[in-house]
Design a protein around this ligand. Structure first.
Ligand code: PMM
Length: 283
């Protein structure tokens, strides 16, 4: 396999969290059969690939041990792969990535960008698999939850460039690297919004960009307004689809979402608008 899976528009990555405690959908798909069925439903709704994860990354979450993560993730990857689904595995552990790739996963999505486990980059390099490098400043505990920036866009871009350098040095081919601003990871709502306003700067890094805004806190803040209480995570799907349209319009490679249908429509609309622009240019 060379490069990344290719689509003719921004891809839709549907999320299957096989966890009892993920912040937006924890517990709902915490069983192999239910998780595989959910992944297939997401594909039927328009997902191009499915991101399977067995560890919650929400602030203050305790890490699951390796055996438990393997037990959650691998059967779901196997089940979806046997149905021909393109799968990414959302893990910070090299052992889980390695087993998931052997079970049929097509790419590795590591929210730590290879920082949490030094064996991650060699494992992905050996497998020749694509790798998502997310911007990460460490586990979400204490002062790390909020994140401090003088200039969030420049700092995230510089830190991502440094990680991409390390990943390349570790032997992962340039055409298999995706970057991700890590919305909500050591970032406050205004940081997330500023990053979305400057996706062009992330694209300038020179790798496809993944945007994972789905149901995140900053959307709760936007919907709540200055005084109000944020709506619960599951009431943030229309806002998520709005971000999907904006991200697709700006040239994102993929958007990672829990509710696929509205985002599948959003990326199609963005593609149609882009098609109209291209047709005009061709006249
Ligand atoms: N966010 C979450 C999990 N995995 N992967 C990438 N690449 N980027 C993200 O921003 C990201 C991720 C946390 O969200 P969830 O608990 O709702 O799945």
């Amino acid at each position: 396999m060379s490069g990344l899976p290719a689509w003719d528009r921004c891809a839709v990555m549907g999320v299957v969290n096989v966890t009892p405690d993920s912040f937006s959908d924890g517990g709902r798909w915490f069983d192999t059969t239910a998780a595989v069925k959910h992944g297939l439903d997401l594909v039927a709704e328009g997902a191009d690939l499915v991101d399977v994860g067995g560890e919650s990354t929400r602030p203050g979450a305790t890490r699951v041990d390796e055996a438990e993560e393997l037990k959650r993730v691998i059967p779901v990857v196997r089940g979806l792969a046997s149905e021909g689904v393109t799968i990414s595995v959302d893990t910070m552990r090299s052992s889980v990535a390695e087993r998931a790739l052997a079970a049929g996963a097509a790419l590795v999505n590591d929210v730590s960008g290879g920082l949490a486990d030094p064996a991650m980059i060699p494992v992905v390099a050996d497998a020749g698999a694509p790798f998502v490098v997310m911007h990460w400043r460490g586990f979400l505990e204490g002062g790390n939850i909020q994140g401090r920036y003088e200039d969030v866009v420049s700092e995230v871009v510089d830190e991502l460039r440094a990680r991409v350098g390390a990943v390349l040095e570790g032997g992962i081919a340039a055409d298999r690297i995706v970057v991700d601003p890590g919305l909500g990871f050591s970032k406050q709502a205004e940081h997330d919004l500023t990053l979305l306003a400057h996706l062009d700067r992330l694209l300038d890094i020179g790798h496809p960009v993944l945007v994972a805004a789905s149901r995140k806190r900053f959307l709760g803040r936007v919907l709540a307004g200055p005084e109000g209480a944020p709506p619960p995570a599951r009431e943030r799907d229309a806002a998520t689809a709005a971000v999907s349209a904006l991200a697709a319009h700006q040239g994102a490679w993929a958007v990672r979402v829990h509710e696929v249908r509205a985002t599948a429509d959003a990326v199609r609309v963005a593609q149609a608008v882009e098609g109209a622009r291209a047709a005009e240019g061709a006249q």
